[in-house]
Design a protein around this ligand. Structure first.
Ligand code: MTE
Ligand code: MO
Length: 171
């Protein structure tokens, strides 16, 4: 191989090494979005006798993260929110035996805090940078970016991908 050939091969090798993880990983990365200023209530937390409501501004006091993915309900793009693990800890819910997530359509899932720590779950507050209307699976939803591809391939059932999330109960 001549010098140009060697340079070409080296460049090609480097480009491949760099491109592959980017193409394969759908993982959560930090977001540059500014936190929401919206104080309208979007989420109700129930813990023992105590009930409190949180706004997007409250939830987004935690660091924002994002992931680009294709959601099986037909939304494809950048989903932004906070790490569910960080949210659960911030709200003092990590000591609960289990957390019950309830959607506007009464769909419900139960997750143990340990399971939330193991999977990189995102509590989504935005799609394409904007708050998500009720008509578009909002105001909140859970997504698991690491499992997105397996879900689309039909290898994993997305039962924990609750959308139109409105309540969390500590039990
Ligand atoms: N709010 C809400 N989220 C939900 C559901 C639902 O009925 N309501 N169904 C769950 C289940 S069981 C699955 S498999 C996936 C996909 O649901 P779908 O096949 O009804 O679209 O979304 C999950 N999230
Ligand atoms: Mo399902």
């Amino acid at each position: 191989m001549n010098r140009i050939g060697v340079q070409y091969a080296a460049t090609f090798f480097l480009a491949t090494m760099l491109a592959f993880p980017v193409a394969l990983a759908q993982s959560i990365r930090p977001s540059d979005l500014a936190s929401s200023q919206s104080t309208a209530p979007v989420l109700t937390l129930v813990q023992g006798d105590e009930t409190r409501t949180l706004s997007l501004a409250d939830i987004e006091t935690l660091g924002l993260y994002e992931a680009e993915l294709e959601h099986f309900e037909g939304l494809t793009g950048v989903f932004t929110g906070v790490r569910l693990e960080a949210f659960v800890e911030q709200q003092g819910l990590d000591g609960a035996r289990r957390l019950r997530f309830i959607a506007a359509d009464d769909y419900t899932v139960f997750l143990r805090p340990e399971v939330i720590d193991e999977r990189d779950m995102l509590l989504v507050t935005r799609f394409g940078g904007d708050p998500i209307p009720r008509t578009q699976l909002g105001p909140l939803m859970l997504v698991i970016p690491d499992e997105a591809e397996a879900v689309l391939d039909g290898e994993v059932t997305p039962t924990d991908w609750i959308w139109a999330l409105t309540e969390i109960h500590a039990q």
